[in-house]
Design a protein around this ligand. Sequence first.
Ligand code: HEM
Length: 149
Amino acid sequence: MKELILTIHIIIASFWIGGMLFMVLVLSPYIRKLPESVKAYQEVGRRYSRLGTVIGLPLLLITGILNMKSFGFSPIELLKPSTVYTQTLQIKFFFFLLTSILAVFHDFYLGERSHRSERIKKITRAVGVANLVIGIVIIYLATKLRFGG
Ligand code: HEM
């Protein structure tokens, strides 16, 4: 069972980070050239955020907590870490909260308003890129955990 939970956790993490990388490196350069680029961004963004932000992030939290239990740790350790491993996990959890807040702000506030001005468009893009960087930091922390924290 623990293998299945970690597998689900890794698949969702791949979708979350892979989706952002794909958007920034592959889709965005193409969409930017389209005449209806704003509409295309919003359509793709809405679908990705429904799957990634609304479904993916809560599932990462649930499977993450179940992973903790599989490795013999209580979720309380996120508040009061007692080992190097749970200290790293606490930092990972902090970045998880940060990325969740930024994702909701990006998808449901900025994304819907980005067509209104160049300034909002730039902020939307910057928050999206910041979230990609945070995602990569989370992956680094996950690999640190693999090596004991
Ligand atoms: C954006 C959010 C997240 C991403 C991208 C992510 C990514 C990953 C990845 C790629 C792994 C596999 C590496 C490995 O097996 O060590 C992993 C493992 C793990 N994750 Fe996450 N994760 C996220 C959120 C969380 C949260 C919120 C928690 C806890 C509340 C959590 C707890 C764990 C645990 C305990 C492991 C096992 C680590 C080990 O191997 O010792 N994750 N995560």
